[in-house]
Design a binder for this molecule. Structure first.
Ligand SMILES: *[C@@H]1O[C@H](CO)[C@@H](O)[C@H](O)[C@H]1NC(C)=O
Ligand SMILES: *[C@@H]1O[C@H](CO)[C@@H](O)[C@H](O)[C@H]1NC(C)=O
Length: 294
């Protein structure tokens, strides 16, 4: 083969006598023919019928995680069995990465305040930053009849489900919702942020588990996770599972609205996320108008 290559070099430099050129080309065509026949026959019969020697280029084997270092499992979101697995883990006090209607989130069950505390250490999240709760639909709130004003209900009916998080007054109603054990762990002393994601997987999972405490799935201060691979790369060694759902729906998190003073006609955008402020204000106006309040 080396001889052929050298001859080709000479050939391109037009320094090769004609008879030699013919000889080299013949050798080269025979080599090509041999290679073709060999790979054709070998792949046809799926074994090495014609010797080819060792491969020059080898597909690199994906590096296996060292056994025991990470026990994080990675189920696919389109399977019901995956959701069951994740729901069981959360019910048993696990912390999992899950998709939402915005970016990926870390979730823990409100039955396990210690798991919620684990989220803080996993993310290195400052303890003064509150964590929000996620429910599957507004009806779960309606049946426990929290002391919300008609205006707040109107507004919530317009924004949920979706990429908007409302902050409301905390109260005993949270205990009826199933947040009891985590009452002190979620939200601030007097307020709580509620998420109702517009996402089938998240909603179905939350139906299985009851209220979840969630926060974005990234180390504190770093960018949001817009694909399950980002969650796996950055946090999997500290998580019990990541529910893999491909790319996220949005590139940023939800828009956070402080609704604690809504009855005084005031809402405050604390963080503009995937839903623009103007859209929130339009919805607020509509909520007021349908109530007949000016
Ligand atoms: C929240 O309540 C705890 C215990 O009642 C208290 O120690 C803490 O100072 C309160 N935090 C705020 C911000 O009011
Ligand atoms: C929401 O707004 C009220 C009134 O402006 C304020 O007292 C409260 O601290 C705010 N809550 C949050 C979580 O920012």
């Amino acid at each position: 083969m080396e001889v052929v290559i050298v001859c080709f070099l000479l050939f391109t430099l037009e320094r090769l006598p004609l008879p030699l050129e013919i000889a080299v080309l013949s050798v080269f065509s025979i080599l090509c023919l041999y290679g073709f026949l060999a790979s054709f026959a070998n792949s046809l019969f799926n074994k090495e019928l014609i010797l080819m020697g060792p491969a020059i280029f080898k597909k690199e084997e994906p590096k296996k995680m060292e056994e025991g270092v990470s026990s994080c499992i990675l189920p696919q979101s389109h399977r019901t069995s995956s959701l069951r697995t994740i729901a069981n883990m959360l019910d048993n006090g696990g912390v999992c990465g899950i998709p939402t209607d915005t970016v990926y989130a870390l979730a823990a069950s409100c039955k396990h305040p210690e798991a919620i505390n684990r989220i803080y250490s996993i993310k290195e999240r400052p303890s003064e930053k509150p964590i929000c709760i996620c429910i599957s639909n507004l009806d779960q709130l309606r049946v426990i009849n929290p002391p919300f004003s008609p205006l707040l209900w109107n507004f919530m009916d317009l924004v949920y489900p979706g990429g908007i998080s409302c902050i409301v007054q905390k109260g005993e109603w949270l205990k009826k919702l199933g947040v009891g054990p985590a009452y002190e762990t979620v939200g601030t002393n007097d307020s709580i942020m509620i998420r109702v994601p517009d996402h089938t997987v998240t909603a179905h999972l939350t139906d299985m588990t009851g209220p979840l405490a969630i926060t974005s799935a990234n180390p504190s201060g770093e960018s949001d996770s817009t694909h399950h691979d980002m969650v796996i790369t950055r946090l999997s060694d500290k998580l019990d599972a990541v529910l893999c759902d491909g790319y996220s729906n949005e590139l940023v998190g939800s828009t956070v609205v402080n609704c604690t003073k809504i009855n005084e006609g005031i809402i405050k955008i604390l963080r503009e996320g995937c839903v623009p402020t103007t859209k929130i204000m339009q919805l607020f106006e509509r909520a007021k108008n349908t109530l007949g309040v000016l």
